[in-house]
Design a protein around this ligand. Sequence first.
Ligand SMILES: Nc1nc2c(ncn2[C@@H]2O[C@H](COP(=O)(O)OP(=O)(O)O)[C@@H](O)[C@H]2O)c(=O)[nH]1
Ligand SMILES: [Mg+2]
Length: 340
Amino acid sequence: MISSHLHGKLKPYHNPDVDTVVSGIMNGDRHMLSRAITLIESQKPEHEQKAHEILDRCLSKKKSALRIGITGSPGAGKSTFIEAIGELIISQGLTLAVLAIDPSSRQSKGSILGDKARMERLTGKKEAFIRPTASSGYLGGTSPKTHEAIVLCEAAGYDVVIVETVGVGQSEVLVDTMVDFILLLMLPGSGDELQGIKRGIMEIADSIAITKTDGDQSGIAGISRAEFEAALRMMPVKHIAWHREVMLTSALTGKGITEVWQNITDFFAVMRENDTLEKRRREQLKSLLYTVLEEMLKKEFFSHPDVVDAKATIEQKVLSSEISPFSGAKTLIEAFSRRL
Ligand SMILES: Nc1nc2c(ncn2[C@@H]2O[C@H](COP(=O)(O)OP(=O)(O)O)[C@@H](O)[C@H]2O)c(=O)[nH]1
Ligand SMILES: [Mg+2]
């Protein structure tokens, strides 16, 4: 790891070709894996092109990992929890990649350095790859690009991939199309949040861990557990064969960490029966295809020269009630399709 790090420092402009990156990734070179994720996250068309070549090559060779999403509000204890369960995972002889949301994004407080520091115990281990991911423009830090980063981590041979995301509505639906298992982290005493925005997040959770149930918080933790269990019973069933658990944890004392890992491995055992896991992954790919397609179309549309030309005029006509928003949109679509 140290040598590849130095390599990057000494040759900052070195631009390896697709072959080099792909074989690097497959040989477990983290520097190449990191580089490929950077390419994927880049907005530059030439990077995008290269990233997709790398990705397609990796797709054909990838082995599949246990894909786990860990979600919860900022400060719920996600990073600290990931570090604790990460150490357990590694102690079982498995390798782990963590795609952590960039905590310097608008929604959450903190900095990459602060967060990285909290995962320092993992960062120093050769069995772990920790990667803060840019959250550019996406709520909660998850974007369709997260899926591509997962695929690269699988090509690099990691047994487990954990994605850390901030639980905010829409991004959860997206993360649900990328991971197999979603663990929702909730603070003790936060049961009342379930009435409002957290409802949607609970619907996609495969289990819940109540965090920081140490010290003063241990008393109310039991009440919270009963509240969450009751709330889960009101939620639509996500997988018929799976019963969602509510577990009490503390990353500080290690309480419940083994139980959560057991719960996760139980889930995979259940989902592997009757091919449910593979079936679900195919559905996820289909859903991602259309998500990405919609995004691409939108981008193409708004950068089309005829649309750019006509947009201001049409907008003005709509604002002055000369034409309806419907006719305005239709005119723009016509402008877009005319020269295709
Ligand atoms: N008492 C206690 N504090 C914790 C625990 N886990 C995390 N924290 C603290 O909670 C704060 C937020 O943790 P962090 O992992 O960064 O939360 P994230 O924003 O969800 O990733 C930090 O100050 C942690 O030290 C825990 O199990 N017990
Ligand atoms: Mg965090």
